[in-house]
Design a binder for this molecule. Structure first.
Ligand code: CO
Length: 194
C-alpha cells in the first residue's frame, strides 16, 4: 500500500483543488451525469480522454480497449454504446485512435503474441482490405496510415450497430466522429464525421 501512497495524496490534493474552484462540484455530479460525448479510444496510457480534450469528470463517457476497436461481438463495448446513446443520450460518439499505436503496429507483423492475436485479427482484416495502398508505404508511415484506416473502420462499425441505426430511426441527434491523436505534439486531427 505504501507504494501507492503518492497516488492517494494526489487524489486528496486534486479533490481539494476542484472543491476550491467549485464547492458544489462533487455534490452536483453525485446526483447525476449528463455527458454529451462518448469517447471510444485506445487503452494506451498516453491517450487519456478527459485530459486530451481538457474536460472535467462528468463531461465525457469513456470506453477504451487495445487499438480503439468496435467489434460487433464485443458486449463490453456494445453495452457502453447502448447506455451512452439510449440512457445518457450523448450527441456525439468520438472514435479516437492515435499514431504509433502498439496494437496497430503488432497487427502489421507476423509475430504471434498469444490471446491478443485474436483481438488484433480485426485490424489485420482492415490491413488486408487496404493492402494495395499500404504496400506503397513503409515503417512509421505504414503504421500511421493503418492507424487512420483503423479509426475510420471502427467508426463505420459504430454506424452499423443496431443501437445507432435505431437512434437514427428515432430521429435522435447523433454524430459519429473519426479522430486521431498525435503522441508527438498532443494534437488531434479530424479524419471525418457523419
Ligand atoms: Co494504441
Amino acid at each position: 500500500m505504501t507504494e501507492l501512497n503518492h497516488l492517494l495524496t494526489n487524489n486528496e490534493h486534486w479533490s481539494e483543488r476542484i472543491k476550491a474552484e467549485d464547492p458544489t462540484f462533487f455534490d452536483k455530479l453525485a446526483k447525476q451525469q449528463r455527458p454529451e460525448y462518448l469517447w471510444i479510444g485506445c487503452s494506451d496510457s498516453r491517450v487519456p480522454a478527459n485530459q486530451i480534450v481538457d474536460l472535467l469528470p462528468g463531461d465525457i463517457f469513456v470506453h477504451r480497449n487495445v487499438a480503439n476497436q468496435v467489434i460487433h461481438t464485443d458486449y463490453n463495448c456494445l453495452t457502453v454504446l447502448q447506455y451512452a446513446i439510449e440512457v445518457l443520450k450523448v450527441k456525439h460518439v468520438i472514435v479516437c485512435g492515435h499514431y504509433g499505436c502498439g496494437g496497430v503496429e503488432a497487427a502489421l507483423t507476423d509475430e504471434t503474441n498469444g490471446l491478443i492475436d485474436n483481438w488484433l485479427g480485426h485490424i489485420r482484416d482492415v490491413a488486408k482490405q487496404h493492402s494495395v495502398e499500404l504496400a506503397e508505404l513503409k515503417g512509421e508511415a505504414k503504421v500511421a496510415r493503418l492507424c487512420e484506416l483503423n479509426v475510420l473502420q471502427q467508426a463505420a462499425n459504430v454506424r452499423r450497430t443496431s443501437i445507432v441505426k435505431d437512434a437514427i430511426r428515432r430521429g435522435q441527434p447523433l454524430t459519429i466522429h473519426s479522430w486521431i491523436y498525435s503522441l508527438k505534439n498532443g494534437r488531434i486531427t479530424v479524419l471525418g464525421n457523419t
